[in-house]
Design a protein around this ligand. Sequence first.
Ligand code: NAD
Ligand code: UDP
Length: 316
Amino acid sequence: MNTRRALVTGGAGFLGSHLCDALLADGYYVVAADNLITGSLENIAHLRNDSRFEFVEQDVCQPADWGALAYVFHFASPASPVDYAKHGIATLRVGSYGTFEALEAARRSGAKFMMASTSECYGDPLIHPQLETYWGNVNPIGPRSVYDEAKRFSEAVTAAYHRYHKVDTRILRIFNTYGPRMQIQDGRVIPTFMWQALRGEDLTVYGDGSQTRSFCYVSDEIDGILRLSRSDEHTPVNIGNPIEFTILECAQKVIAVTGSRSQIKYEPLPQDDPKQRRPDISKAKRLLGWDPHVDLETGLKLSLDYFRKAMLEKTA
Ligand code: NAD
Ligand code: UDP
């Protein structure tokens, strides 16, 4: 087994590309596999000349021989509600066939495995904040089910490979994470508000804006991911920032940070949009000694240059 070679599925995506950077800095050789359905080669352009980095354009639902691996990070999946609504079947496929293939790659190599799961597993939660032991409140046939149920299935397959095949697995439940390299038009709330604020357009708050989210800056998330990757914990672990904002407050923060004159306009709330979301991170604190440090205002300021450049490139 090559103890220093990692496969990152979804490696050209927002989180996958930051994870590739972190693994390279940690001494790994990294293979990023991505079919670019929602990712971008620009996210990994800076790694092109790194001899320890390899990019393979590949649909990870298809079988592939990845050679000897020490770690498989399965991050491939459309992640924004707009993206997974557009690519519903592909989202179900990568969460099912893709997860089987990623786990088989880990099993063949005796590699460790991490699956990028999500707070969406809790659906529209009836328990607040969300603890890992909560089983969730998900509409199995609603418009978000292509993502939510794919991720819940993916968790089930991961747990089964641990139980039956003794694969050394980890399940990471990511809560809304943002930062540079998000696609500015992927429809998620922070890129959308940034785009609108930087262009002086009204910010589109869905519903009355009282629904909540808890936003984690990407560097904190990656720190949590690395810590979890080194731990022996096989049951799910929440990694997210527990400071909760209403979406209206989020819009006001983006307007303040960008110095924009934009106003707020209200649009209908999408079906099954979760009303509240905040991670209970006591498990991550206890097991991993992890705590996020970047508050929303700081994270928005750190992301501003990136979003401005992305907006200008799109409108050029
Ligand atoms: P992203 O869309 O930027 O990245 C996903 C990547 O997966 C893209 O590069 C895409 O092209 C690739 N991909 C999708 N299907 C593929 C396939 N069949 N074969 C190969 N590549 C494929 O999204 P992200 O925010 O970086 O999300 C990464 C992972 O983290 C996803 O699994 C997502 O569900 C999970 N997650 C992210 C968040 C967040 O807030 N960013 C929250 C919860 C979970
Ligand atoms: N949202 C909004 N306006 C937008 C985009 C999103 O009000 O232009 C809301 C959305 O309805 C949800 C929250 O922001 O309540 C977070 O949405 P996002 O798509 O970022 O992620 P989610 O947490 O729903 O997966």
